[in-house]
Design a protein. Structure first.
Length: 180
């Protein structure tokens, strides 16, 4: 009978997130995760065959968490979806931490990951489809919020400006909707 595992895949992901928060994306290696979890590199590789596999698991975890916060969006009007999206962006700090977002850079280097990311965005834009001015304003607002997310990767939030910029997007979005 084999030895009972001392740490789970989920536990390793928790530790990996802590490494990224403390040391940045570059600090996340199989070796660093093994040391932090106090297990062998082979123990880490039992759960994650490669660093790419580990990064993919982290991104999937964050994406699922974000999607869970969004909830069912299929039948929401575009304006309500974007309002909800902005609200979730404000409250989902763990998923939006700039150092964690830096993992996206490594993540998108894998062609399969790019395909999955495109599919996620296509599903969002499908929910925002339509030629009404509300749908157009919703698409522009989503693009602006996603642009802010990418700017967080390069450290725009060092002084907390990100929330101010998010406020700007929300104010302009609501102003556009009010004109219709």
């Amino acid at each position: 009978m084999g030895r009972k595992p001392t740490i789970t895949r989920e536990g390793l992901l928790e530790i990996a997130e802590r490494i990224v928060r403390n040391d940045g994306a570059a600090g996340l290696t199989i070796d660093a995760l093994a040391k932090a979890a106090d297990i062998s590199k082979g123990g880490v590789q039992y759960s994650f065959s490669s660093k790419d596999d580990l990064i993919r698991a982290l991104i999937e975890r964050w994406t699922q968490g974000f999607n869970d916060l969004l909830g069912d969006i299929d039948d929401l009007p575009p304006a309500d979806l974007v309002r909800k999206y902005i609200k979730v962006m404000r409250c989902s700090q763990a998923a939006l931490n700039a150092k964690m977002a830096g993992l996206m850079i490594a993540y998108i280097q894998n062609p399969q990951n790019i395909v999955e990311t495109r599919q996620w965005y296509r599903s969002m834009f499908k929910c925002l489809s339509g030629e009404t001015s509300d749908a157009q304003a919703a698409r522009v607002a989503l693009l602006a919020v996603e642009g802010l997310f990418l700017l967080r990767i390069v450290g725009i939030d060092e002084e907390g400006e990100w929330f101010d910029f998010l406020d700007d997007v929300e104010i302009v979005f609501e102003r556009l909707l009010a004109k219709n």
